[in-house]
Design a binder for this molecule. Structure first.
Ligand SMILES: Cc1ncc(C[n+]2csc(CCOP(=O)(O)OP(=O)(O)O)c2C)c(N)n1
Ligand code: SF4
Ligand SMILES: [Mg+2]
Length: 317
């Protein structure tokens, strides 16, 4: 795009990032439409909860008038992690459990992008558990939607870290004996600055949570219950009013800045609450690194790249 070539590159890490200017006032540039951004037909089983999350991501992109060069869609491995295949945009279906470090690199080096990460409970809390903790504590600016189905779907029914006690699977034929984790408590304890919960059977709520997470300047985490109709049918009926369950929103008077209260709310028995549990506006790693870079650039002002490099090697002598 010619308009970007004339822009002054913004330094981010060791990459020169070209900030895309807004279109001139006379030129009306439309946001992407669902038709434009829908790629392959999703290969999920008919009735899988993940369809709803994908449809709402398209809706979000349409509603917020986002453009290809402003977003990227990253995932690990799993049924839910097939997500980027179905989005006709930049993105990567990366290594199992490693979506967050990959996405962190993008977020830190490309501050002009909004980074969305999608994945499953196994990807997020089992093999990727350590990355979840560290991405949260670093407060890296990105939006992480975990499609929690309480099971490993892709590999055909193993116990996941969120499977409830007694769940019979290929790895626990007599019923799961390990206590499940509580993703909301885990996120709060790890230092996540935006923590919310939703369920794929309530589309308006999913969209609202995605939007709020996206608007948060920091690590935005959303646990989205998403039924695996093949290996854990009916898991979330108790959270679905159409199946006789209850959809209880986080109480209106809940103070989202109150960490302890958020933690207590997260401890409610299933189906628990849905909505924003916790929000904190502390500085992101992105902002802190950008500040360091600004200071460093000031120190080497006027020098050519090779002169800066030479200075570094001279200093190491
Ligand atoms: C390093 C590595 N270990 C194991 C696997 C096998 N594997 C692929 S997906 C998956 C679990 C996926 O579960 P989850 O993240 O909950 O996604 P779902 O399929 O339920 O959406 C496993 C164990 C793998 N691909 N790579
Ligand atoms: S196996 Fe389960 S999670 Fe995977 S596509 Fe089918 S219903 Fe969805
Ligand atoms: Mg799963």
């Amino acid at each position: 795009m010619n308009e970007t070539l004339t822009e002054t590159p913004v330094r981010a890490g060791n990459l020169a990032v070209v900030a895309t200017p807004p279109p001139p006032a006379t030129e009306e540039r439309k946001g992407l439409t669902k038709k434009e951004i829908a790629a392959d037909h999703p290969t999920w089983c008919p009735g899988c909860g993940d369809f709803s999350v994908l449809a709402l991501y398209f809706k979000l992109i349409e509603k917020r008038k986002m453009w290809h060069e402003k977003i990227t869609t990253i995932a690990g491995i799993g049924c839910s992690s097939r997500f980027p295949y179905f989005v006709q945009a930049h993105g990567a279906h990366y290594i199992h459990g490693r979506a967050l470090p990959f996405a962190s690199g993008i977020s830190l080096s490309r501050p002009d992008l909004h980074v969305f990460v999608f994945g499953g409970d196994g990807d997020a809390f089992s093999i990727g558990g350590n990355h979840f903790t560290h991405t949260a504590r670093k407060n890296i600016k990105l939006t992480y939607i975990v499609m929690d189905n309480w099971v490993y779907g892709l590999t055909k029914k193993q116990t996941s870290p969120t499977s409830p006690l007694g769940f019979k699977s290929k790895t626990d034929q007599w019923g799961a004996v390990d206590y499940p984790i509580n993703p909301i408590k885990q996120a709060i304890a790890a230092g996540a600055t935006f923590v919310a919960r939703t369920t794929s059977t309530n589309p308006n709520h999913v969209l609202a949570m995605m939007e709020a997470a996206m608007d948060h300047d920091g690590f935005g985490f959303v646990e989205c219950l998403s039924e695996c109709v093949e290996f854990y049918e009916g898991a979330f009926d108790a959270a679905n009013p159409r199946k006789g369950g209850m959809f209880n929103e986080v109480p209106k008077n809940h103070d989202v800045s109150d960490e302890l209260e958020a933690y207590k709310l997260a401890g409610a028995d299933f189906p628990g609450y849905f909505g924003i549990f916790y929000k904190n506006n502390k500085a992101t790693k992105n902002a802190k690194e950008a500040e360091i870079q600004r200071g460093m650039m000031e120190k080497v002002k006027g020098l050519k790249d090779w002169q800066i490099l030479q200075k570094n090697f001279d200093r190491m002598k």
